[in-house]
Ligand binder design. Structure first.
Ligand code: C2E
Ligand code: SIN
Ligand code: SIN
Ligand code: FE
Length: 390
């Protein structure tokens, strides 16, 4: 089965010839691709960008899912009843999408009424152009252009579509790489945090509880007066960055970290260096990974989680709101979790004893507003402990 590129001279859109408007739209699209921030909605943005430039009736982007080997719908415009996440098997010989991908050639179905067995993405489609997207790794997906009129895709239209798809393949590759990078970044960071805790006997639930407690406390600050910096993004970031507060403990010798009794003054001085060591480690990561908010916040919490509200903490003796908010949040959550947990050097305290101790230290050790907000709903704190017991 082969489909010829339609050679009818009919214009795709009268107002959208190869004129100045369209070139300008194309340039704007290219500029947008280059500086586009990469996230979940990037694919939609690419698809709607193409759609605007071409002025076609409908278009859709499919990428190959490397685990299942299917083509998966990543974004579409103009297809009324297309299912999100639609999959097309590459083994489906009746599919022009699978065929275009497998054979790496364009398929132009001029007039769907006269083609047997071709299933367009919508029954309203009369002409369908499918182009393979080929990166330096080989074919990675297909781009589907649909028209409600037959004979739409003439040589000139096909040239335009091919050019757009070529340009797009670079951006698509970037989106994929950044996605992979952020996954491996999360894994590296989580790994570092675990590594730091692994010798400590309380690894089990501690990291998970700290992350949940920090997320809980930060979440309550959203839209409170004075906490403009707390957005949904801030809360998501602290939920992950919190795990990094003690990464510097990798640098503390076992003889101190695992000492069953009280630390000597000299040992405690060494212990305090975990804040600076952690910040230094993360600064190193920042140099190789780039300046991601999770890493910057990781630096803030690593260095600042033992600072005291009155300026008598360590390592810098910063005071009050000079201590970054994320670090003040961690300060409360860390001590709450440390006190309510067993340590090599201490027994677990009850919630009540812990609340009493922390409240007494509010305004001296802890940000007093945060302490009030933290203890406003103890059920939530119990729920975290139940979810991640030691
Ligand atoms: P950690 O065990 O995670 O404790 C974190 C923080 O919880 C402590 O920071 C402290 O502010 C608070 N905390 C823990 N236990 C108690 C307590 O019994 N009473 C009060 N009032 N607060 C408590 P800090 O003091 O800066 O200690 C940092 C880290 O140094 C601790 O992390 C722990 O790893 C180590 N450390 C501190 N004291 C001792 C000790 O006596 N023996 C041993 N083996 N390690 C210690
Ligand atoms: C101490 O008893 O020295 C305080 C315990 C701690 O700060 O972890
Ligand atoms: C600590 O010193 O244990 C934490 C106190 C804080 O960061 O507020
Ligand atoms: Fe610490």
């Amino acid at each position: 089965m082969a489909y010829e590129a339609g050679m009818k001279s009919q214009q795709m859109r009268k107002e959208a010839g190869p004129g100045v408007d369209r070139l300008q739209a194309l340039q704007a699209f290219n500029a947008r691709l280059v500086c586009m921030t990469v996230n979940e909605s990037s694919y939609d943005e690419v698809v709607s960008g193409v759609w605007k430039v071409l002025g076609c009736d409908a278009c859709a982007l499919f990428l190959k899912d490397d685990t299942t080997g299917d083509l998966v719908l990543k974004g579409s415009v103009g297809y009324p009843d297309i299912a999100s996440g639609l999959r097309i098997s590459l083994a489906d010989t009746g599919s022009i999408h699978a065929q275009s991908f497998n054979e790496e050639y364009l398929i132009n179905v001029d007039d769907l009424d006269h083609q047997n067995g071709v299933k367009p993405l919508s029954s309203r489609i009369a002409a369908n152009l499918v182009l393979p997207i080929i990166s330096n790794r080989g074919p990675v997906g297909v781009f589907d252009f649909g028209s409600f009129d037959s004979g739409t895709f003439d040589a000139q239209e096909i040239g335009m579509c091919s050019m757009l798809v070529d340009q797009m393949s670079y951006s698509l590759e970037n989106i994929r790489l950044v996605g992979e990078l952020s996954q491996s970044r999360d894994a590296v960071i989580r790994g570092m945090a675990l590594l730091a805790e692994i010798r400590d006997t309380h690894i089990g639930g501690h990291l998970n509880r700290i992350c949940e407690l920090a997320e809980l406390l930060a979440g309550r600050l959203i839209s409170l007066p004075g906490y403009q910096e707390v957005t949904g993004d801030f809360v998501d970031t602290i939920a992950r960055a919190a795990a990094l507060h003690d990464v510097g403990k990798v640098g503390i010798p076992d003889s101190i970290l695992l000492k069953p009794g009280k630390l000597t003054e000299a040992e405690y001085e060494i212990m305090k260096s975990h804040t600076l060591v952690g910040a230094e480690l993360l600064e190193g990561l920042r140099k190789s990974f780039g300046d991601f908010t999770m890493i910057s916040m990781g630096v803030d919490v690593a260095i600042g989680h033992h600072e005291w509200w009155d300026g008598s903490g360590y390592p810098r003796g910063n005071k009050g709101r000079d201590i970054p908010l994320a670090a003040r949040i961690l300060g409360v959550c860390d001590v709450y979790d440390a006190l309510t947990s067993e340590r090599v050097y201490k027994k677990a305290w009850s919630h009540e004893e812990t609340e009493k101790t922390i409240r007494e230290a509010a305004g001296r050790q802890f940000d007093p507003d945060l302490v009030d907000i933290f203890f406003a709903k103890p059920e939530d704190l119990f729920a975290v402990r139940e979810k991640y017991p030691d």
